[in-house]
Ligand binder design. Structure first.
Ligand code: PLP
Length: 369
């Protein structure tokens, strides 16, 4: 591997620029000796609730647990159905299955890669309890039609905001519009910890209280366990890191948006690829800059880029309904299957330079020729 290989993500500029603050945050946790639910956790919950403009922010140890606990906190029970997208990370559907409910997959729209909301009504049955839209790659799912369906049929909406921290829908922060939301702070996310971390957010007092209970073994009062829960607290060291990073997230999102605008310009008239769209209702925060490579050439183009020293990723090569545990259910969702065959995510991070992007664009042009 050559030294000037371009990675898909480079966290070093952020770590370098915050080095002293991050070290001080680590040391303050070490000195405090309060490693479980220390003051940094409460501090982070307060700061992030205020950033998002939600009543309750409950730290969790991962985005996956925030989904599992979030579904249960909204009252989803074994045997219920939850409508969701087949084009996401497995954890979205996995969370539904973990609690004994059934994910019901509805196809996506190819331009945003998100749930095709016009197909959701037809998937509602008497067992449907909730809708779980994902704001994939940082682009909002179209929430208003889902909110209308939810009102009409008495359903709950849990937003999966793992990939879209600081993104917006019609001027409102993602994760504050449905009944509740699950966030991931996996290190590569737009707001990332340096280990696993997540968050459940809601304006619903009952759901917040249930989520707080579920994250500590089903107890609100120590040793007075009321339900079977989890050990899913947000780690104090991770909270301390997130406290250092949160004030920078808007500037980083702006950096990602600037990088996306540059790619749009560089790739504008490249035949054989489709660049990402940003719908009028969305403020895209480009967790990924994902193009579609047409004519069955995606894998060959990825291999050519790799040979040219440009790393890329495929999120996701197999749509969830085609993974072994759900494949037997016989879903055929053509747009999700097409997206899985065409999607290619290019290198992006907030501080990526115009030179690096030029090299990516040149390599992509050569790969397509
Ligand atoms: C859309 C989506 N949902 C859920 C998750 C799960 O989050 P975590 O890895 O923090 O458990 C992720 C990411 O990893 C994700 O991208």
């Amino acid at each position: 591997m050559s030294d000037n290989r371009i990675p898909v993500l480079d966290l070093s500029p952020e770590i370098e620029s915050l080095w002293d603050e991050l070290n001080a945050a680590f040391q303050s946790v070490l000195r405090s000796g309060q490693f479980i639910m220390g003051p940094a956790v409460r501090d982070f919950e307060a700061k992030i609730a205020s950033y998002l403009g939600v009543k309750h922010a409950v730290g969790m140890n991962s985005g996956t647990d925030a989904l599992v606990i979030g579904l249960r906190a909204l009252g989803v029970q074994p045997g219920d159905e939850v409508i969701t997208t087949p084009f996401s990370f497995f954890a979205t559907a996995e969370a539904v299955s973990i609690i004994g409910a059934t994910p019901v997959f509805v196809d996506i729209e190819l331009d945003t890669f998100n749930l095709d909301v016009s197909q959701v009504a037809a998937a509602i049955t008497p067992r449907t309890k909730a809708i779980l839209p994902v704001h994939l790659y940082g682009h909002a799912a179209d929430l208003d039609p889902l909110l209308a369906l939810a009102r009409q049929h008495g359903l709950r909406i849990l937003e999966d905001v793992a990939q879209a921290f600081s993104g917006e829908y019609k001027g409102r922060k993602l994760g504050t519009i449905g009944d509740a939301a699950a966030f991931s702070f996996f290190p590569s996310k737009n707001l990332g910890a340096y280990g696993d971390a997540g968050l459940f957010a809601t304006n619903d007092d009952g759901a917040a209280s249930m989520a707080r209970m579920l994250r500590v073994h089903g107890s609100l009062r120590k040793y007075h366990n009321e339900v079977v829960g989890y050990n899913s607290r947000l780690d104090t060291l991770q909270a301390a890191i997130l406290n250092v990073k949160l004030p920078h997230v808007d500037e980083w999102s702006a950096g990602r948006r600037m990088a996306a605008a540059r790619y749009n310009e560089l790739l504008r008239d490249l035949p054989g690829i489709v660049t990402p769209c940003e719908k009028p209702y969305a403020h895209h925060v480009y967790h990924q800059y994902t193009v579609r490579v047409l004519d069955g050439r995606r894998d060959a183009v990825q291999a050519a880029l790799d040979a040219a020293g440009v790393s890329t990723m495929i999120y996701y090569p197999v749509p969830i309904h085609r993974l072994p545990i759900y494949a037997g259910q016989g879903y055929h969702l053509p747009q999700a299957e097409r997206a899985a065959a065409e999607a290619l995510s290019l290198p992006i991070w907030p501080q990526i330079t115009a030179d690096v992007q030029q090299r990516v664009a040149d390599a992509l042009r050569a790969a397509l020729e």
